[in-house]
Design a protein around this ligand. Structure first.
Ligand code: M3P
Ligand code: FE
Length: 308
């Protein structure tokens, strides 16, 4: 049952060279740079996103994800969920309004996999970038690079997938949309969860270490845009991971590559949809090759092992 969590609203990523990182996220992915702050963080968003920002780059000595934030429908819903997170046993911290520019109070909590998440109800709505709010045109002509439309989802690696699923489904009202299960042991090796109609807003793969980051994903409109992203990756000699290809899981069409700090990015289009009455889609772990890369049907060691 939905509990007022609407969508992935932001991600804060650690980057080691800010100038190179801005080239990756602004000029290659095509996100819009919206702000910078006194601590050296750079704020960006996809051009279709209404809120002020969705990606925050923080200068750091090592790559990885600081936290992922979800926007909830109201302050009342956020405070209700804060109490339920405390009752569940999560470490919870309130981050004051303004700690991120143009963002209200955030409720930060640690999931059983060691990842940090946040809920917030208020962020300034600055509107779509480059198109007028009334009688809007289809897209702005000034977009750069891959013209990423929005921050879409994250894939994380961690140990206690069962605890994280319990938290996100029973406290936060997400739905398990897809899973990979080892048929012999019954262990769920991957889980894809949704708070919307999307096939996934967040996913995990089981892994012995806590708090590892696999990728942040950005939505493109068409398969032609995914192929064009592949051209841009070659034009700029960017570090390619795999693709263009299709996933079996969620059936999105995709390409993966790395930012200059080693954080993996995905751009994708298409994919399945999820309504609350849809049964969970299960992939057997012995079909993992096809589940991840529907065309090659073989696993790529780098895709499974390179994490930040
Ligand atoms: C995606 C996606 C695994 C699957 C990845 C799938 C197991 O990134 O967007 O559907 O790595
Ligand atoms: Fe993905």
């Amino acid at each position: 049952m939905r509990k007022g969590v609407m969508r992935p609203g932001h991600i804060q990523l650690r980057v080691m060279d800010m100038d190179e990182a801005v080239i990756h996220y602004r000029d290659r992915l095509g996100l819009i740079e919206t702000d910078r702050d006194d601590s050296g963080r750079v704020y960006l968003k996809g051009w279709t996103e209404l809120d002020a920002f969705s990606v925050v780059l923080r200068p750091a000595d090592e790559p990885g994800m600081d936290f992922m934030g979800f926007k909830v429908v109201s302050t009342e819903a956020m405070n209700q969920l804060k109490q339920e997170l405390v009752d569940f046993g999560c470490p919870v911290e309130v981050i004051p309004a303004g700690e991120l520019n143009q963002c209200g109070e955030r409720v930060r909590f640690e999931a059983p996999t060691g990842h940090m998440f946040e809920l917030y109800a208020d962020k300034e709505q600055t509107g779509k970038w480059g198109v007028q709010p009334n009688n809007p045109d289809a897209w702005p002509e000034e977009l750069k690079g891959m013209r990423a439309q929005r921050f879409d989802h994250c894939l994380l690696y961690g140990d206690d997938l069962d605890g994280a699923l319990d938290l996100f489904v029973n406290v936060l009202g997400f739905q398990l949309s897809e899973e990979v299960v080892d048929t012999e042991s019954g262990v769920r090796v991957a889980q894809f969860i949704s708070c919307s109609m999307k096939a996934h807003d967040l996913a995990w793969v089981r892994h012995p270490e806590k708090n590892k980051f696999h990728h942040a994903s950005f939505y493109l409109e068409t398969w032609g845009d995914v192929l064009r992203a592949a051209d841009l990756i070659s034009m700029h000699d960017m570090s390619l991971d795999i693709g263009p290809t299709r996933h079996g899981l969620t059936h999105g069409q995709t390409i993966y590559f790395f930012d200059p700090s080693g954080n993996r990015s995905e751009v994708f289009c298409g994919g399945d949809y999820t309504y609350p009455d849809h049964p969970v889609v299960t992939w057997d772990a012995d079909k993992l090759g096809k589940a991840i890369f529907y065309h090659d049907r073989v696993l790529n060691e780098r895709f499974l092992s390179v994490l930040t």
